[in-house]
Design a protein. Sequence first.
Length: 719
Amino acid sequence: MTRTMMRWWIMPWIVLIYPVLILRLGFANPAIYEPSRDPTIGFNLISWANFPDGAQVWTNAVQDVYDHGFRSVSISPVRFVNLTTGAIRLSDGTNTGPDPSHIAAAIAHARSLGMLVTVNPFVEPDGFAIWRGAMNFDGLARTQFWQDYTDYLLEMAGIAQANGAHRMTIGTELRAIVRDSRHNADWSNVIDVVNAVFSGQLGYASNWDNYQNDNLISTIWENANIDFMGVDAYFPLVTESQADGIGNPSIALLEESWKGIFDDPASGFLHGVLRFAAARKNGAGMPCVLTEHGTIPYDKTTVQPFSTTPAMNVPDPEEQAHDYKALIRAADHLQERPVSEGRLEEIHIWHWGMPGAEGSLWFLDPEGNAIVTGAMAAQCLVDVVAPRIWNENGQLVIAKADILENAASVPIAMNGDVVAYGDQLVLSYNVGTASEPDFRQAVVSDTNGLARIRHLDGDERAGEEDPFGTSIKLPPGLILEASDGSEDFQLSMQVTRMNLLTAEASDRILKVEMSGFPVNAAGVAAPVSIDWLMTILPPGNDATTVVLDVTARFDQEVRLSEPRLNQAETFRVAMLSSSNTDPNAEYPEGTHDADELRVTNAAGETVVEQNLTTAPRDRLLLPPDQSERNGVVVTGAMQLNQEMPAPLNGDPPNISTRVEAEAPEPAYRAQAFIQRTDDANQDNLGAWINKTVNDPVIPSGTAFMWTIHIVASDDIIND
């Protein structure tokens, strides 16, 4: 295939030869995490301390979990209880739990990121004198405990409701109290009053050895207002001899143990969690959440995951990592089960590292030490939800899932073999050294058809590089005439597959094959099949070049919108997306990521130079020429420049796009539109190159092919 012109073919598909690799799908592959089919993986966040800037501490911790690819978080308020009087307070005089406003800030931030949020209130004995599961109260202490505990849960329920949490537990590991029938009326009361305040799902986090207790079943699980069954899953997984030695037990052995814990009551003590959950509510079942599970980075931790005793032995972070890998493999597709057959919806790992949680042997932070912060195990979990599918030759490619609400999770392959499911590929290059790498993003491509292109800024220190990219939209954008005569704006894309090609990676060239189709704002597809081949050429410090080959096949006859034919709108073969917003109270002069539109001819001479800040809104920017067609003939490039830095994003890359020449000319016209808005976070600027089409009817069987060259540059583009 040459890159010399756009081609218009009308022929049977069998004749049209285009080199697209067929993905080799691995169905129900437990080694590959599939969002929405496998349980959502998240982390517990807990801090046994209060900080003056606690709201920021907690929002930073939530952001850290999110930035590592996790989309679920369990947030744990902490109160302390006097074992003599039963009184519950924020502080025991030595230890202080987080202020309620800090918990509220954490929930609000998690929800703003689109995360699933569980609120999981803790009560700890003063001075951590005993395990909370051993606490129990009589007489006046019992009365005081339930009065204070009810007030505590009502306060947390109000915060959870006000900030949009999805789930809340009405207790965690209160084993002795739950088993004591004298407290049954108190449990029923607290469930009722919390349910009256909180509209999300209510549950309880039972310890692993207590979830089948008869009193717990009748008082909590079968209560009509309890929606999910939480289990803190610290089940013994193997014998001491099986766990003895570095790297033991194997992932396979642990996986079999977890499968028994989920589904086989005969395989071990209190195994069959999901079968038990499926039998609740008269056989209708309850969804299950592993409200906690964790191990520590020491030998034999899988024998008794709840125990700190292995800390006296030799370090073994591999065993800890094996446990997490086995758990996730055993949970393959358990979220897609019917509730009546035992559905596992979420897994909360105990616990992410944050200030106030230091010293815990279960502390997990991938940026740290394999023992002190459980970095090896933490990274293995990160690699589940955001796998590094390529990490060679100074290139790093990460597949991410659930990044965008309007982007579908699709198979992501490498050289034809499916290695992940997700909605985003992040391609980065190392500007540091092999021993001290510093990966900078070059291209981020989403399954909603948007891609951000950045320059590496490798001459700037880490953290001081330009943090933003400039967006392109995968073409073509079409405006069709619907069967009722209305206009159908097919200006977005749904990507259905991604395939990373690494054959030229040794030359620092990466390629991504994608397939998909156009969709309108309602998600209705056009009868057009599209293949893209995105080639990322070796990026420099100040510029990244991408070549995009496009093939569009029309599976049915379509009719382009005739009123738009002469306005350079109907068949957009290259599309840029940016912003230039109007003034508001926060930004009295407005803000922008691009303030100049420039169009050039084949010689690089300027044909149009448009100030976008003063340009008119809500109408096409480029008027008709002598041919009475809107838009400007493009024989060179269309460019968006940021001449002056502006608030929010500062100085994002300038971008140039050029469609390879087609004869006879003029084949392409540039056009742009700025929507009036003072929302500084909105991409309200669209600029595109449109293919000139004389006949609005495109017959079934027609295929178009074209090539686009895109450059994102730190410098103003003026050639």
